[in-house]
Design a binder for this molecule. Sequence first.
Ligand SMILES: Cc1cc2nc3c(=O)[nH]c(=O)nc-3n(C[C@H](O)[C@H](O)[C@H](O)COP(=O)(O)OP(=O)(O)OC[C@H]3O[C@@H](n4cnc5c(N)ncnc54)[C@H](O)[C@@H]3O)c2cc1C
Length: 361
Amino acid sequence: MHVAIMGAGLAGLSCSVLLEQYGIVPDIYEAQYKIGARFTNGEAIMNILDFPVEDCFSYLEQKYNVRLKPLHPLNSLVIHGPISSALIEGELGYITTRGNHPYALEVQLGDISKAPVFTNTYYTIDDLKEKYDVVVVATGNSNESKRQQIWETDIVANIIGASIRGSFDPNQAQVWLNDDYAPQGYCFLLPYESNIASLCIAVPGTEGVNLEILWQRFLESLHFEINIKDTFTLHSFEIGRNKSLVTENLIFVGNAGGFVMPFLGFGQFTSMLSGFEAAIAIANSNLQSYIVAMQPLVDSYYPSLKMRRVLAGMDNDKYELLIKILQNKVAKTTFSKFPIPILKTVATVLDPLIARNNEIQ
Ligand SMILES: Cc1cc2nc3c(=O)[nH]c(=O)nc-3n(C[C@H](O)[C@H](O)[C@H](O)COP(=O)(O)OP(=O)(O)OC[C@H]3O[C@@H](n4cnc5c(N)ncnc54)[C@H](O)[C@@H]3O)c2cc1C
């Protein structure tokens, strides 16, 4: 079987690694000059968001026999409201790194895969679909899905961020909820070295978002000295749904398949899962079985979108109220021990707070 994979990111390389376990060696086409050529940053995988999976990395190893190493366990999360802060502790998940870093997840997957990677190669579906039995679309964006007219966008996110130097707790992430510098969005800090962390703002919007002004306001609000190593800006990162995961000999995985969960824009674990499941479907010559395998993730998209809209509908007073709830001992224990049913319940209970649904683009 001849398989082409468009994109040597998390989903594409996961697909390749598993195909190789079945004796199929795909051709991988990567637009960049190497695997992990994008900016380096810290990201998180939170078990709380991937219920019923208790530990994402053990799950990947047990189910797909693929061993990947996160950077550090994530044991504490500080959530800053406009005035006060809450601390949540527990086995929350992991901090990972991405991009041009020796432990970046795509670099680890690239080390396991023995398939040829044709770099500096930007093909479209039309260039490849006649030449291969199956084409795996793993481009990390919605471009190809849009061209096939199977894409619906729910959120357009804009991200501005930097790697900053300093002294950080490698097991702790921080989040800021504040309309003054992250309207309808949030800011976060994720350490990926003991002395380097990613500091970012993610806000929705298609126009009128001045990231530089928000960024300056955010930096001025912080009570520690910021030593910036490098910065990046990402406009119009689309989170949405792919309405047809399989069409003819095409199979869509990762972001291109709509597997970024809207709540916090998390997509690492789901991208790897989709890549692995696509490989199983291809190896069994049953592409439709991929749709069935991905259904639980597709179903979890809507509660996640609802949570996102709840968050986006909140103002500084409501953020402060949320922090007070999170400071409550019972809430803390519940969030760290019994996560997802709580998230879903919260999404439903807070439905009336969704005031600005239609403004989120
Ligand atoms: C700043 C930022 C922070 C994030 N933080 C988190 C987080 O904390 N937790 C989390 O779980 N998720 C996070 N995400 C989301 C997560 O990174 C993505 O969901 C995940 O990387 C998607 O994997 P993918 O394989 O679909 O795409 P990618 O890993 O982006 O790979 C796509 C690859 O395809 C290549 N490509 C594109 N077009 C073509 C083409 N036509 N031909 C060939 N190659 C092509 C690209 O160069 C790239 O290498 C974050 C995203 C960003 C941008």
